[in-house]
Design a protein around this ligand. Structure first.
Ligand SMILES: [Fe+2]
Length: 398
């Protein structure tokens, strides 16, 4: 297994991006998470720079690049960056008829402009907070509380979600996801010091027989709009050898809907570039009732849940957790093979722009490509990217 040292990575960063670069740990244990200063992501990357970016992600699992500028950073810069890590996946919510396209093969249509998320965001605080002009790319999912918000609205909040990995239920799962943060909430409740209060999960959100320690860890969520991560590579590495050997043989059946045949894939992911192993989304019900529960090959539903609940309790131990606080101008990238994450409790309807969350997310799959544009074959795109999509050629022009 190749684990690069911080010193090697820092010296390569300086060599390829200049002497003004530096890094700092994000999490106190320094195993997962690195903030990387001095890299301007509005500029295209050379092949050598792009390769280093992938190595940084392999090493740290979550990497964050602050100060990417205000209006100078366009969403196409994020999409160009995403292409180095994998093929960007369009988001179903950007289409008017995605379900009919999938089921009945009707021609696909993008949402009309007035229904696009960016248009609706722009109506919350006109003149104060507007999405970037190019925020309507099919590959961009806008994570925001601006839709339906405005100065005359009554504030509402929502609880956290299930711990999960993005789109782990497809035959080729997502490898990488990333955010560009245009706005992050800055208000705090003077009594609690937090942005939001904890909202306990409603009955039925988690299985009623979930163990107490797991329930406590699931509910230990950040309250200032952070994305919560857990490091599933470190969690695997710390297990005794006999448990690792047993886990290495475990296959899990993933599928979108209960009753689908699904497919078997290993629970332990091996990073092809480093050989490092991690637990890939070891969670029985990562989206509650929306996505079919995972079946451990050879186990009943109940046995699968108990088996995976133990692993979920392990990966959610405090030593593997890191809550990433988002700041305006950050680009934050995470590995979906080596982490699980959770969306935090949040104000969902707001009446002041200081409470706004406005983040552009792009997810991608497949192998990294250090040179752009990518050269994914049409057949691979047809098999793995639905609807078939490639970023516009002009995103790669210098
Ligand atoms: Fe997610």
């Amino acid at each position: 297994m190749i684990i690069e040292t911080n010193t090697d990575l820092e010296s390569n960063l300086g060599r390829l991006f200049g002497d003004d670069t530096s890094t700092a740990p994000l999490a106190s244990n320094e195993r997962m998470g690195r903030r990387i200063f001095g890299v301007d992501l509005t500029r295209p990357l050379t092949a050598e720079q792009a390769e280093l970016m992938v190595r940084l992600l392999d090493r740290y699992k979550v990497i964050s690049f602050p100060d990417q500028g205000d209006a100078s950073f366009q969403v196409r810069h994020l999409e160009r960056l995403a292409n180095h890590f994998g093929a960007p996946i369009p988001h179903p919510k950007n289409y008017a008829n995605y379900a009919d396209y999938k089921k009945k093969k009707v021609p696909l249509a993008l949402l009309p402009v007035d229904q696009q998320t960016c248009t609706q965001c722009d109506q919350a605080f006109p003149g104060t907070l507007q999405c970037r002009d190019d925020a309507n790319s099919p590959a961009v999912y806008i994570v925001t509380n601006l839709v339906g918000s405005g100065p005359d609205k009554t504030e509402e909040s929502v609880g956290g979600l299930h711990w999960h990995t993005d789109i782990e239920f497809e035959p080729t799962p997502l490898s990488t996801s990333m955010f560009y943060v245009q706005a992050a909430p800055s208000t705090r409740n003077s009594a609690t010091g937090n942005w939001v209060d904890f909202i306990p999960p409603v009955d039925g959100f988690y299985h009623p027989d979930s163990p107490v320690d797991l329930t406590e860890r699931r509910n230990n969520l950040p309250l200032n709009g952070e994305t919560a991560y857990a490091d599933t590579a470190a969690a695997y590495a710390d297990l005794p050898d006999d448990e690792k050997q047993a886990l290495d043989k475990v296959m899990v059946r993933r599928r979108l809907r209960k009753g689908d045949p699904g497919w078997l894939i290993p629970l332990v992911y091996v990073n092809p570039r480093t050989g490092e192993k991690s637990l890939h989304s070891p969670i029985w019900a990562s989206r509650g009732k929306n996505i079919a529960q995972v079946e451990v090959d050879g186990m009943s539903d109940d046995e699968s849940r108990k088996y995976l609940d133990k692993l979920e309790a392990h990966i959610l131990k405090p030593e593997y957790r890191y809550d990433h606080i988002h700041k305006t101008g950050d680009v934050t990238i995470w590995s979906n093979f080596s982490t699980v994450h959770n969306a935090p409790p949040a104000k969902s309807i707001i009446n002041t722009p200081e409470d706004a969350r406005l983040m552009y997310r792009i997810s991608c799959k497949g192998e990294p490509s250090y040179k752009l544009p990518r050269e994914d074959s049409d057949a691979w795109i047809d098999d793995n990217v639905l609807p078939p999509y490639r970023s516009p050629a002009e995103y790669f022009e210098a």
